[in-house]
Ligand binder design. Structure first.
Ligand code: B12
Length: 368
């Protein structure tokens, strides 16, 4: 790499960000490659290109989708372009060849987690820092991960998850990996901006981004003692009330009953198109899933944060957030024997009410 002042590098990265953004908006892979390779040719640090150009643009893509400026198809196209550019970069910027890597890091997404790109970015940064990386990609079922680790015995496992819904699966993976004496560093948006869920689930370490993850792994992680797999209730004593287990077991029925209840109480729903019905079913499914995730962690902010996020998404599409309230009311009626769940639903309704200055949201049993 040529010597570059910070100001020059900032200018190069800024130009690359602008050009890459234009390229993904135009779904033009050639222009995207040109933007990134021009920055590398100008001497930009490959790690900065990965994190401050590509990851930055990918987050902008997420924002554009959330604000209804990008369709799902446009988001998919941008992600596909980024995946190809990252792959092309890996074969263009060799890993440092000076020393034999002393660490092998297995990078894997939690079971059910499709967001592989954040994990891929981490893997590439670790490779550039001289680690040997074993990248397993999206949704790795825990038993397969463990079998693989028995065969490969890495120094550490880097477990990635973007969706908080995957936290129960992340917990199983963390405890299973630690039971075979391998330390786990957790990361990705699911673990919270301050890593609170990584700590809650007993991960050995957490890092907010790939740069600090690389620093952590360079300093080394202590090996866990190994032995019997920790039971989830040992980390999360509130689970003894069984609410998480029982509500999770009933979730399909809950979604069906809530949809039937909505149809009965909201005459407008009877005129919904097939697509609108599907979207409503998806929303209700997500509400129930985030509810169970909050029960698992005993953290109401996961549920209220999700409702706030869904309300933003709906409002960006000209749908008022209060359409969510009747579903919460129906769930309160279905789940009246579960005090922790009722508390979460109450807090959820408060969150929606606070967003909506208009009066009168129907209470349980009130005619809709
Ligand atoms: C691309 C994308 C997808 C793609 C993923 C494709 C792929 N190959 O990765 C697809 C289409 C599959 C997808 C699906 C869904 N997605 Co999506 N997706 C995104 C998007 C736009 C970008 C993700 C990304 O690559 N981010 C870029 C990187 C750089 O993110 P990052 O977290 O900052 O990564 C850094 C750190 O977290 C850290 N890190 C990451 N992993 C690890 C691991 C370790 C060990 C460490 C230490 C650090 C670390 O290092 C990275 C680099 O510094 C985001 C928006 C966003 N802002 O991220 C939504 C987003 C994550 N998706 C979202 C949603 C809701 C979904 C779906 C549920 C949508 C649906 N209705 O089906 C599904 C769920 C799929 C599933 N089961 O997992 C929401 C989540 C909201 C929430 N409340 O949690 C987001 C935030 C969209 C939004 N703008 O609101 N998605």
């Amino acid at each position: 790499m040529t010597d570059m002042t910070t100001a020059q590098e900032d200018g190069t990265l800024e130009r690359a960000r602008e050009e890459l953004w234009q390229a993904v908006c135009a779904r033009d892979e050639d222009a995207a490659a040109k933007a990134v390779f021009a920055a590398l040719d100008d001497g930009a640090d490959p790690e900065a290109v990965l994190l401050d150009v590509i990851a930055h643009t990918q987050r902008e893509v997420g924002r554009a989708w959330a604000e209804n400026r990008f369709s799902v198809a446009q988001e998919h196209s941008a992600t596909a372009i980024h995946e190809r550019i990252i792959a092309a970069m890996a074969h263009r910027v060799p890993a440092p060849a000076t020393e034999t890597p002393t660490t092998t890091v297995t990078v894997a997404c939690v079971d059910g987690e499709w967001h592989a790109l954040p994990a891929r970015l981490l893997a590439e940064v670790l490779r550039l820092r001289g680690h040997r990386v074993d990248f397993l990609g999206a949704q790795v079922p825990t038993p397969h991960l463990i079998a693989h680790l028995h065969a490969t015995a890495p120094t550490a496992v880097a477990l990635s998850s973007s969706l908080p819904l995957r936290l129960p699966a992340a917990h199983s993976a963390i405890t299973a990996v630690q039971a075979i004496g391998i330390p786990v560093v957790a990361g990705g948006a699911a673990f919270g901006i301050d890593g609170r869920y990584a700590r809650l689930l007993g991960a050995d370490a957490w890092a907010p981004d790939a740069r600090s993850a690389a620093g952590l792994l360079e300093r080394g992680l202590p090996r866990p003692a190994g032995g019997a797999v920790r039971q989830s209730v040992e980390d999360l004593p509130h689970l003894v009330d069984q609410e998480y287990t029982l509500v999770t077991r009933a979730r399909r029925q809950l979604v069906r009953n809530t949809l039937a209840g909505l149809e009965e109480r909201l005459p407008a729903m009877r005129a919904y198109s097939e697509a609108q019905r599907e979207r409503t079913a998806e929303d209700v499914m997500h509400i129930v899933e985030f509810l169970t995730c909050s029960l698992y962690t005993d953290d109401s902010s996961l549920f209220t944060g999700f409702l706030d996020w869904t309300a933003d998404i709906l409002e960006a599409r000209q749908v008022p957030a209060r359409v969510l309230d009747p579903a919460l009311v129906l769930l309160q009626e279905e789940l009246k024997d579960f005090p922790r769940t009722l508390g979460l639903l109450d807090q959820g309704r408060d969150t929606l009410r606070r967003r909506d200055t208009r009066p009168s949201v129907p209470g349980p049993g009130a005619p809709a």
